[in-house]
Design a protein around this ligand. Structure first.
Ligand code: BG6
Length: 500
């Protein structure tokens, strides 16, 4: 049986505003996601796969349950936990006053994991800005840069002892498109000029964080071998018709806007052509300072985190026939020359997300060849309407999905691509931006329905444990669904970890 490298990181990922709660506890103040969810509260009819915007005030209550969660993670067997940090907890009022209570919370939560041999992998920014920063112009303003520098410095110097892997930003692509081109997520700008500004400042912020990271290394706050990466959600494109030149060209155009635009700056140190064209078009020359470009060039990042859920099937819109079912996804707002389409012949989740695991290894090869940086999957998982029976969820579909994708990681490793780890989305059920609490991603369940927020096992958590212990072959026909279900049932009845 093939094995993953001995130092391979098996982790789960999650994000503060989706799991943490305690939004007004411990000196914290509101962020733009608090404001957005309060102002746009909406619960669609039960059982419908639609957007739910519920309260994130308590979420899965990680704020109060981190000790129990550390024990459960130990039981799963992971050696990593990837966590998108909460800026507003650390700097609730302005960019200068550190909230010691906020830092203390993270120290306690991270120590609880660290003591159990679980490496914390913090991601500094995941779409969620403190309100004071939003009022100063947020990510599409220069004010973002200095504030981010101070935030990064505090993370590295205060929390650096618990880890040697960090990431700067999560999904600059989804964030800028959904929050600046579209009004799907806060700050809901719907303004193309603001979009380009946000892309610019986020890219520069990654390089600024690298400056602070290197300084923290020199000063001994983080280890000499520590790495700082960027986390990106590239959807590898494939042509709707592999023989059609226009579709093939459309894939190249898609990559310019979905890949090059977000990874070239922080990995190669330069912006791609589409960025320079946009600067001319929107007369943004004054924004781009020589000094910024120098920082960008001299501070490229060490690592690529990749959120892989699905590839994008791309067609040139000019030749689209009505015969295929297609839908325009937000990315297409940037360019009218590449549309994402959804042919009926493909597999989809109940939330209409394309399932095509093989593009994980295909995409990994492209990323490695172009950027020559080690890779880590930071998000990969399936959102589903779970059904709880006898206390547990027997999520065989999640096992199938994850199994097929992890197999592709192994294929990529066999091809010589340096993968340092795999972090699935997500540790437990949380608030999902597109499905609220009805769209479940966790290996571990959270009782949102009865509002107890108590944790309970799913079969997939025991499957993951087998993977980590090298007990699976990834052979779909040999998956031991009954074994995992029985382990979940037994654990739910006997294990103390489920009682807080
Ligand atoms: C990623 C985000 O894009 O997708 C996560 O980083 C999100 O925050 C995940 O939860 C899945 O998306 P969704 O909308 O189904 O929860």
């Amino acid at each position: 049986m093939k094995k993953f490298p001995s130092n391979f990181i098996f982790s789960t990922s999650t994000c503060s505003y989706q799991i943490e709660g305690g939004r007004l506890l411990g000196g914290r103040k509101h962020s733009n996601w608090d404001k957005f969810t309060i102002e746009n509260y909406y619960i669609p009819p039960e059982g419908v796969a639609a957007r739910e915007i519920a309260s994130i005030d308590v979420a899965a209550d990680y704020y109060n349950r981190y000790k129990q969660d550390a024990k459960i993670m130990k039981k799963i067997g992971v050696n990593g936990f990837t966590y998108n940090m909460d800026w507003a907890r650390i700097f609730p009022n302005n960019e200068d006053e550190v909230n010691e209570e906020g830092i203390k919370f993270y120290e306690k939560a991270f120590k609880a994991l660290y003591k159990k041999g679980i490496k914390l992998i913090p991601i500094l920014y995941h779409w969620d800005s403190p309100l004071w920063l939003e009022e100063k112009g947020g990510t599409s303003s220069r004010a973002f840069l200095e504030a981010f520098r101070k935030f990064a410095r505090v993370i590295f110097t205060r929390l650096g002892k618990y880890t040697d892997i960090f990431y700067v930003n999560d999904e600059n692509s989804t964030y800028t498109v959904s929050a600046y081109l579209d009004d799907y997520n806060p700050p809901r700008k719907k303004d193309e000029k603001e979009f380009w500004k946000a892309v610019y400042y986020l890219s520069i912020s990654g390089a600024i964080a690298k400056q602070e990271f290197e300084l923290a290394k020199k000063q001994g706050y983080v280890s000499q071998k520590a790495l700082l990466g960027i986390d990106h959600d590239w959807c590898p494109p494939l042509p709707y018709d592999a023989k059609n030149k226009d579709d093939i060209k459309a894939c190249e155009i898609f990559n310019e806007y979905n890949l090059n635009l977000y990874l070239d700056p922080n990995i190669l140190g330069t912006f791609p052509k589409c960025f320079h064209d946009a600067i001319k078009k929107f007369k943004l020359n004054d924004m781009v300072l020589e000094e910024d470009l120098k920082i960008l060039k001299e501070n490229t990042l060490d690592l690529i985190g990749w959120n892989y859920y699905r590839p994008a099937i791309i067609a040139n819109p000019k030749r689209l026939k009505k015969k295929i079912k297609w839908q325009v996804e937000p990315q297409t707002f940037i360019t009218k020359e590449a549309y994402i389409v959804f042919p009926k012949t493909e597999r989809y989740t109940s939330w209409n997300w394309l399932i095509k695991p093989e593009y994980l290894s295909v995409g990994a090869k492209i990323l490695w060849e172009k950027y020559q940086r080690p890779l880590m999957i930071i998000e990969n998982g399936i959102g589903y309407f779970d059904v709880r029976e006898n206390g547990i969820v027997n999520d065989t579909y999640r096992i199938d999905y994850l199994n097929e994708h992890l197999q592709q990681v192994q294929i990529a490793i066999d091809q010589g691509i340096p993968f340092i780890g795999y972090s699935l989305w997500t540790y437990c059920d949380i608030f999902s931006p597109s499905g609220g609490y009805r769209k479940k991603y966790g290996l571990v369940g959270v009782d949102f329905e009865n509002k107890t927020l108590s944790r309970f096992p799913k079969s997939s958590m025991f499957w993951y444990n087998d993977v980590i212990n090298n007990l699976t072959t990834f052979d779909q026909d040999k998956l031991e669904y009954d074994k995992y279900k029985n382990l979940a049932l037994e654990s739910y009845q006997k294990d103390k970890i489920w009682r807080k």
